[in-house]
Design a protein around this ligand. Structure first.
Ligand SMILES: [Zn+2]
Length: 487
């Protein structure tokens, strides 16, 4: 189907629209004093989204190039006039309020009676089922309802915090999506009002964004206020679950590059704009970016595992107690992780930063399992098992097996997926259980390889100064990725 052309309005049609609209569709201010060149006729809803090109879908907006006059056409950017007008309306409403208390300053008293046996409540003319969350011997009655906003108010005992900046994206979100959870309130027997103590952001979003007159609520009947305060507090602190996948690296970025993020947001003209690593770090030198990402990934791993704290040695002397040189830790990350900027937003499905941390931690767990656990024992330095573990972690040996391991795991993954893997091995969707078990076999095979336990070879490795010496030993003994991935 050929693409529909944008409708071009005739002079008559423009006059008809100007007769119908005396004000700018966006800012609702007069069009008087604006010449025909200073007015644009825009689609109210985007015709590219399938809205009709009828004259009724057009409206005049300010479009003056005179800096002293309005140019709403330019200010709206790529948004439709409708979207932009909503945005202006919502922002100006939000400027006047700091919380639900401003929208619902004082509630009309509710008229209610709880029916016998406490199976239902009649409130403001509606009869509703009462539920009971019995805890031990104590009753906790509550009901669910969509409550007229005139009957609700801010809870003065369980204080709601002021609105946070998330309110704006939440308002736009709830214009297009269902609200999953209701607000929470309590029916106070003294004031006979319903006091909202949780979920004020959604309530405000529905009232302002969707002009709702009723909001969904769960209401507890005269609960113990002190207890409820603690419960509400805990729900927002200790028990708060991570709402969506978001790489900690991104949080790290935010910490260090705060001003840059602010500058970026100023540049795009949106104080809540999402951003990617590229948005924030572009312009840094390639080496600077790698260094930053390397440090971020290492600190991420440290949040997830004690591997680095337990096994990393900052110096040769420290290596008597801990197997792995710091440079070997770095080398592992460089080998397995993505040190290039990621272009995707951190909450995008195609951003694998948090999967990457899970994946590298999984590999480190296996390395620990098969090369350190029950082997590394600095208190018995002469023991066979400690000698073995020590051999794995001589710099020259490590530099070789980490390469072979990466090759082998990549090859195993490619075999499983039947396709070539590009980019860093860990920078992809969390490894499936099937892939994990395949990887475990490969890693076990590497450390079980016979060369490691032979005294003569252990001595050779201990004396080796060059990586190439150990490369030759691997060749001679037949340790390579093909052997490790042989089924
Ligand atoms: Zn205007």
């Amino acid at each position: 189907m050929p693409k529909e052309q944008r409708r071009v309005l005739t002079q008559d049609e423009k006059s008809e629209l100007l007769n119908k609209h005396s004000v700018c569709y966006i800012c609702l201010k007069t069009l008087e004093g604006y010449s025909p060149e200073e007015i644009e006729f825009d689609h109210i809803y985007n015709y590219a989204d399938g809205y009709p090109q009828n004259l009724s879908n057009f409206a005049p907006v300010h479009a003056s190039k005179d800096p002293r006059k309005l140019n709403c056409h330019k200010a709206k950017g790529r948004k439709t006039p409708y979207e932009y007008r909503e945005e202006l309306r919502i922002k100006s409403k939000l400027e006047k309020i700091s919380g639900l208390k401003n929208l619902c300053p004082s509630a009309v008293q509710s008229v209610y009676s709880i029916l016998k046996e406490k199976k239902s409540i009649t409130i403001n003319g509606d009869t509703l089922t009462l539920y009971n969350q019995k805890i031990g011997n104590s009753d906790n009655f509550y009901f669910y309802h969509e409550i007229d906003t005139k009957f609700i108010e801010d809870d003065d005992k369980i204080q709601l915090r002021p609105l946070e900046s998330k309110i704006l994206p939440m308002i736009f979100h709830l214009k297009q999506s269902v609200q999953l959870l209701p607000s929470l309130g309590r029916l106070d027997p003294d004031s006979k009002t319903i006091k909202i103590f949780d979920g004020q952001h959604k309530a405000v979003a529905q009232i302002i964004g969707n002009n709702r007159k009723k909001i969904p609520c769960i209401v507890f009947i005269n609960p113990d206020v002190d207890k409820m305060r603690v419960v509400a507090y805990l729900a927002h602190s200790d028990f708060l679950q991570q709402r969506y996948k978001k790489s900690h690296i991104d949080a790290k970025l935010a910490e260090i590059y705060k001003q840059r993020i602010e500058a970026f947001r100023k540049r795009v003209g949106d104080p809540n704009a999402r951003y990617s690593e590229t948005d924030i770090l572009a312009g840094e030198s390639k080496a600077g970016i790698r260094k930053f990402l390397l440090a971020s990934i290492i600190s991420e791993i440290q949040l997830e595992r004690s591997f680095i704290r337990d096994y990393a040695a900052q110096s040769r002397t420290e290596q008597k107690r801990r197997p792995m040189l710091w440079q070997s830790i770095e080398r592992t990350v460089i080998k397995f992780c993505n040190l290039e900027l990621v272009n995707e937003f951190s909450d995008s499905e195609n951003n694998f930063r948090s999967d990457e941390i899970e994946n590298i931690c999984f590999i480190l767990d296996q390395i620990e399992e098969y090369s350190i656990k029950n082997k590394w024992d600095p208190d018995s330095p002469e023991s066979k098992s400690h000698q073995l573990s020590r051999t794995y972690y001589y710099r020259t040996a490590f530099n070789n097996w980490i390469n072979t391991l990466e090759e082998a795991l990549r090859f195993a993954l490619e075999q499983k997926q039947g396709a070539k893997i590009y980019g860093a091995l860990c920078y992809q969707k969390t490894f499936s259980p099937e892939i994990r078990s395949r990887f475990i076999t490969v890693i076990k095979k590497l450390f079980d390889y016979p060369l490691w336990v032979q005294d003569t070879i252990q001595n050779e490795i201990a004396k080796a100064n060059q990586d190439s010496v150990v490369t030759e030993i691997f060749k001679r003994e037949g340790l390579d990725y093909i052997h490790l991935t042989k089924l």
